[in-house]
Design a protein around this ligand. Structure first.
Ligand code: TXA
Ligand code: MG
Length: 328
């Protein structure tokens, strides 16, 4: 955990236009002053991320939204009161003066108030808003520990604040409230039915006309090793077949059946919350295990599992590419 001296140092770096990686309750963010175009451009270079992908603006409090959004619909206000600070990002129409580097040139802006104590202290000391995508290279597995950030981004960051392992472990839920129809852009830390309960209106699922979000590309969150997502019923047979000619690692919600040997078998959490908490750390670990193929048991049905299922599908689609520029 960090002391107040390192938080102060981080705030000074942000004021000077530098980059600070910091923990949030979801994943680590790679932060810059959200009003400083040059600083935000540095984020894109560090991540190797295309410039037209917008970044989320992290705020100290819900009261700050009015500086970033032209209007706050009643339904947004209800979500803010109920879920902030917490793993929810709202897409709203941007206020005048919000820079294109943050919005990716769109007329909307993504905002959220994180709950992690270090993120909150940093926002408070800095006294402004922090633009921050997840602290990983574009298309790669997100970072849920300070060590992941250093491995991925190392020298490109001026300071990494260490807050231990992130609690939620998976990114925030993103809801687009910039049009008359609330729309889910990315499942995440809060299940969509919990949002609907508070909003008292249905939330549409993303479609092709939705604004572009890198976390919604078919290939994302990808390990370097090739990854297959297999339905529960076919898992054992698939592992047996592949293990005959490749070094196989398995990520499943149950222990290996008797007779399966020579396979690195990782048992993940049975509940969606526990699974999500350790998902990226497990993918990082299995990716570095020296295996040639990663076989993952598909998660069960149910909205609780939406975010995990979404990340696993995108990870499988993008897997097996050693160069992020080759991602489909
Ligand atoms: O939990 C999180 O949301 C983490 C932590 C660090 O806050 N951040 C995160 O950022 O996941 P990033 O950049 O990896 O993913 C944010 C997603 C991107 O897919 C981006 O395109 C989308 O949010 N986004 C941001 N602003 C948007 C906007 N105005 N319209 C549509 N999508 C937007
Ligand atoms: Mg990301």
């Amino acid at each position: 955990m960090e002391d107040s001296a390192s938080i102060e140092r981080a705030a000074r770096i942000l004021k000077a236009g530098g980059l600070v990686a910091f923990p949030t309750e979801t994943v680590y963010g790679l932060g810059a002053d959200a009003r400083n175009a040059q600083a935000v451009r540095r984020i894109f270079r560090a991540k190797n991320r295309p410039a037209d992908h917008p970044v989320i603006v992290h705020l100290e409090s819900g009261d700050d939204v009015k500086q970033w959004a032209r209007e706050i619909p009643a339904v947004a206000q209800r979500l803010i009161e109920h879920f902030w600070p917490g793993p929810l990002t709202l897409i709203l129409q941007r206020a005048p003066g919000v820079i294109d580097e943050v919005t990716g040139g769109q007329d909307t802006v993504g905002v959220r108030v994180p709950s992690h104590p270090i993120a909150r202290q940093l926002l408070q000391k800095f006294g402004g808003a922090i633009a921050a995508p997840s602290a990983n290279r574009f298309g790669r597995i997100s970072a849920t520990t300070a060590a992941h950030v250093c491995e991925e981004l190392g020298g490109a960051v001026d300071l990494v604040l260490d807050g231990g392992a992130c609690d939620v472990g998976i990114e925030s839920t993103i809801v687009d409230l910039s049009t008359g129809t609330p729309r889910l852009l990315r499942p995440g830390g809060i299940a969509v039915d919990a949002l609907e309960g508070v909003m008292r209106v249905p939330v549409a699922r993303a479609d092709a006309g939705s604004p572009r979000a890198s976390g919604t590309l078919a290939a994302h969150y990808a390990p370097r090793v090739r990854m297959l997502l297999i339905e529960s019923g076919g898992l054992e047979q698939s592992v047996r077949e592949h293990a005959q000619n490749a070094a196989v690692a398995v990520l499943a919600r149950r222990p290996p059946p008797p007779g399966i040997t020579g396979v690195l078998w990782h048992v993940a959490g049975e509940r969606a919350r526990d699974y999500a908490h350790e998902l990226y750390a497990t993918l990082h670990q299995l990716d570095r295990s020296g295996c040639e193929l990663l076989v993952v048991e598909a998660p069960p049905a149910g909205t609780d599992w939406d975010a995990v299922r979404d990340r696993l599908q995108r990870a499988a689609t993008g897997s097996g590419q050693t160069d992020p520029d080759d991602l489909p």
